[in-house]
Design a protein around this ligand. Sequence first.
Ligand code: FES
Length: 289
Amino acid sequence: MSTAAVIGIAVGVVVVLAAIAVLTLARRSDVRGAGALSGETMQRDRAARRDSGTESPDAPASASEVEAAGVAARSTEPAEVEDKELVPWTPPDPEALGVTRRQFFNRANVVLMGAGLGGFAAASFVGFLWPSGTGGFGGSVTVGKLGAIKDGIKQGGGFFYVPEARSWITAYPPESLPAAETVYPESLLTAMRAGIVVLSQKCPHLGCRVPECATSQWFECQCHGSQYNRAGEKKGGPAPRGMDRFPATISPTDVVSIDTGTVVAGPAIGTNTTGQEAEGPHCTGGGEH
Ligand code: FES
C-alpha cells in the first residue's frame, strides 16, 4: 500500500471521528437548554395571561419593575418566619444541569486527541506492520532472470548481493544436491536444484550483517568471527547454526523471486553438504584454518 493511501486513510479516520465527536457533544449542549424559555416567549406568555385575566395588568412586566416593586413593598418590620421543617439538601444531578462550555471543550479535546492518536495508530499499523504482499523486504522480492543472477555471482567473485531482499545469493554445486535433499526442506530445494542458494544477510549469532570474504570464499562475520561456507553452512565461531535462508521461486520465464516473509532457520552445526573448505586466507580469525 502506498504512503499516499496510508495518509489518506489516516486523515479520513480522523475526520470521521472528529465529526462524530463534535455532533455528539453539540447535541448534549443543546439538551442543556431544553425547557428554558426565551425572553420573547416569556413576554408572549405574560401578554396571554393578561389577556385572559389570570394576571393583573398592574403586575410588573420586567425584572427592573419587579425589583422596584420589591423595594417599594419592603418593610422595616421584622419578618415573621414560618416554623417549617427543614428539608435535607440533596445535590443536583450533574446530567440534569447539562454540559458547561468548559466541559464541552474539555471533552472535545479528549475525543479529538483520542481520534488523532487512533488514526495515527491505524495508519502506522497499515503502513508498517501489515504484511506487504509484494515488493520490498517482508514480501516477495523479484530479483531477475536466473541466468543474469548466475552471471552476477561470477562477476561478484562468487557472491551476489540483493539489498532489497537483504540477501546473498551464491552458486550451489549440482553434485551436492543428494546431500542437500537430506538436510534442507523442499521450499529451499527449488532454488538449489536451479543452482543457487538464497541466504539471509543477518548473522544467526547476534544479527550483524555478514559480509563475504573474497579470499577464503566463505562468509565471515566481522562482529564475533562466525564463519560459514559459501552455502551458508557454519564452519566456525560462536553462531548457533548456519546462515538462515529464504525460499525462492522461479517462474516459467526463469524469473527468480525471493520470499523474504518466510525465514528458514539455518542448518545445524556440523552440516557440510558441499564440503567446501577455505580457499585462501580468512578475513576474520574465528574459524578453523
Ligand atoms: S553477530 Fe556474527 S558472529 Fe556475532
